[in-house]
Design a protein around this ligand. Sequence first.
Ligand code: CUA
Length: 207
Amino acid sequence: MSEQTHANEHVAQTGGHGADPHGTGEGHADDNGALHIEKWEGIWIRVAIGMTVVFIAAITLAALSFGISVPGATARINPTTLTQEGNPFATPGIRELAPGKYEVYMVAQTWNFVPDRIEVPVGSEVTFYLTARDVIHGIKFADTNVNMMALPGQVSTLKATFDKPGTYNYICHEYCGYVAGAPIGHHTMYGQLVVLPADETAQAVTQ
Ligand code: CUA
C-alpha cells in the first residue's frame, strides 16, 4: 500500500467519523454501518476460523472413524470394596476374551501395580481397566501412547494394540508419596508388559 493511499484512507476514516467516540481507532463501523477490519487482521481471522474448523473436523473424524478418544471414566467404584467377592478388581490380572483379545483389570496402590507383569502375544488387543485403592496414581507405558490416570473411586479404561514385540515398562507418573527412609515410594512403582514374538507364543501354546 502506497503512502498516498494510506494517507487518503486515514483521512476518509477520520473524516467519516469526526471524533472516534470509543477512542479505539480500529474495528469501528463506517458511515454505512459496515465494520472496518484491517487487511491482515481479516486474513488472520479467516486463518484462525479455518484452523478451528479443521481441528473440530479432525477430532470428529478420529472419534467416529477410528474410535480414538481420550481415556475416560467409565464407571464409579467404591475403593473400599475392591477386595470384596464379585468385584472385578478383587482378582486383578489378565483375562483372554478371544484369540488375540485380552482385558486387564489393574489396581494401582502405594507403591505398586497389581499385576506388575503382563504377557501378551504380539498383535494383541488389550482393554485396560484401572482404578486406585488409596491415592491418585498414573500409568504410562514407555514407548507407547498408553497413558492413564488411576483415581480412587473411578475406573479408567483404554484399548490398545501391541504390534511390536518387546518389554515395555509401565511407570507411575503421578507423585504418590514416599515415607522417609523406606526403600520404596513413587519412584519404585512400576511394572512390565511383555509383548511376546509370534514364534514364542506358538511355543508357549504347544508346550
Ligand atoms: Cu503411584 Cu506415583
